[in-house]
Design a protein around this ligand. Structure first.
Ligand code: GDP
Length: 469
């Protein structure tokens, strides 16, 4: 198994992350627990890896240099790790000790690929509010930091998205790996062309018609249902092709096989499972048109939660209003229009930070809207993994900045350049010279302009900033 070591100065939350049982560590083999280093097997989505908690190494380091115990043991531990998660405490901001840990890691951990995680971000997880911290965390020199909360599990999907390509590289490089050449580990980065298989999750409350929709989607398509080879032996993967594109259905095989007979609490927990969301690129949230017609609000509480979580976790969201056939009678015109108008409005209201989340009206039972659903799903996926070249972004930036009404010339931040550091979802960094930072309003303006000018509506976009000398 690949090994990931958790590092960071005392109290940043290494042990909390280590202890996240269902999200991260599900098994701690007790004979491996030494006084200094705890070790466990972690499970994050479909990834499995060994995780080492370096908290024990710091006990004697409360004064002075944190890793004064750069002993044989530390060296051993590092030699066993291929990856590191460097934690910082977002509430404290970047501390000198964090920089020291970073330096130490660079010096002693040759070839260890490191992800910086800004822990304790749970209360700061609204869009834009982490930008200053992220800018600081950049200076550690390990790339784009991610915001997580070991306490609440916030950001585990992003951690997954960041770890997955690293671990996959590692797994693929092992010559003895029997799966090295099959497509169990699809290519994750594709330079914006989105060639890798789209992973789609269909979620919703019981009885809204998920299974029916699933069967409609799979109709006429080549369906492959079988045990997934590789790491998760008990999960079943369903795949089909739509317009020559491979689509994996995430965690929906159960519904397919049981033909929708899984009602009640079990199904609800499926819908709410975080894992479900983490493995998916696009989340299709299915609603029931007939129920919407009967009630004042379109979205039930559980549906609001799932929609928000999908977006918080950086997934692309598509809303599907099913059972429209029940509103197709002539007498239902008014009701139908009410539903068609109400749903997009309400989605916008509960997820104000993202405009243009697609809403598709279908009848799964009659097989109507199947192609429309897939077009929206593919479209959302393509936006989600779009990569914009830096040159193009900077031409755009010059134009767009002249449109922005700055507070005043004197306090206007100077964006030296703007670049996309990551796709899936699109993540951008503004490099600033001088002392002025971008305000939340500036970030919102940039986000909105990006969405309009590059047709990125409906998907979560992240912008962080970083000061350069
Ligand atoms: P699931 O629990 O979300 O998987 O829901 P099912 O797919 O099992 O559907 C629940 C019930 O709604 C079944 O009786 C379906 O026949 C019915 N249903 C599903 N889609 C439609 C639709 O588009 N129109 C109508 N009228 N009924 C539907």
């Amino acid at each position: 198994l690949p090994t990931v070591i958790l590092v960071g100065r005392p109290n940043v939350g290494k042990s909390a992350l280590f202890n996240r049982r269902e999200a991260l560590v599900y098994n701690t083999p007790d004979d491996h627990v030494t006084r200094d280093i705890r070790e466990g097997i972690a499970k994050l989505g479909d990834l499995r890896f060994r995780v080492l908690d370096s908290a024990g190494l710091e006990t004697e380091a409360t004064s002075g240099s944190i890793l004064s115990r750069t002993t044989d043991m530390t060296a051993n531990v590092l030699a066993r790790s291929q990856f590191a998660i460097l934690l910082i405490d977002v509430r404290d901001g970047l501390q000198p000790l964090d920089l020291e840990v970073g330096k130490w890691l660079r010096r002693h951990a040759h070839g260890i690929r490191t992800i910086v995680a800004m822990n304790k971000s749970e209360s700061l997880d609204e869009q834009g509010s982490l930008t200053a911290e992220a800018g600081q965390a950049y200076t550690l020199g390990f790339g784009d930091p991610i915001a997580i909360s070991a306490e609440t599990g916030f950001g585990m999907a992003e951690l997954y998205e960041n770890l997955r390509p690293l671990l996959e590289d590692y797994i693929l490089q092992r010559p003895e790996d029997e799966h090295a050449h099959d497509d169990t580990y699809p290519e994750m980065e594709d330079n914006g062309e989105c060639k890798s298989p789209l992973q789609l999750a269909i979620v919703g409350r019981p009885n809204v018609g998920k299974s029916t929709l699933l069967n409609a989607l799979l109709q006429e398509e080549r369906v492959l249902v079988g045990p997934e080879s590789g790491l998760t032996r008990d999960s079943i993967r369903t795949q089909f092709t739509f317009e020559e594109r491979t689509v994996y259905l995430v965690d929906t095989a159960g519904w397919l096989l049981r033909a929708g007979k899984e009602k009640g609490p079990a199904s609800l927990s499926v819908m709410q499972s975080r894992k479900n969301l983490m493995r998916a690129h696009v989340i299709a949230l299915v609603l029931d048109a007939e129920e919407i017609a009967k009630t004042k609000t379109s979205l039930k509480h559980a549906e609001v939660l799932i929609a928000r979580r999908a977006v918080d976790e950086g997934r692309a969201l598509v809303v599907i209003v099913n059972k429209m056939d029940l509103l197709w009678g002539r007498r239902s015109t008014m009701i139908r229009e009410k539903v068609i108008n109400a749903v997009p409005k309400e989605i916008q209201m509960v997820i104000p930070q993202i405009t243009g989340i697609p809403v598709v009206f279908v009848s799964a039972l009659e097989g109507k809207g199947r192609v429309a659903v897939m077009h929206q799903v593919v479209d959302a996926y393509q936006k989600w993994c779009l990569r914009l070249p830096t040159a193009r972004l900077n031409r755009w930036l010059r134009k767009v900045m002249s449109r922005h009404s700055w507070r005043d010339q004197a306090t206007q931040p100077k964006i030296k350049y703007f670049t996309q550091v990551k796709a899936r979802p699109p993540t951008f960094v503004a490099f600033l010279s001088g002392k002025m930072q971008l305000s939340d309003t500036d970030i919102r303006f940039l986000t909105k302009s990006l969405k309009e000018d590059f047709d990125l509506g409906g998907i979560p976009i992240r912008i962080t900033q970083r000061s350069i000398p």
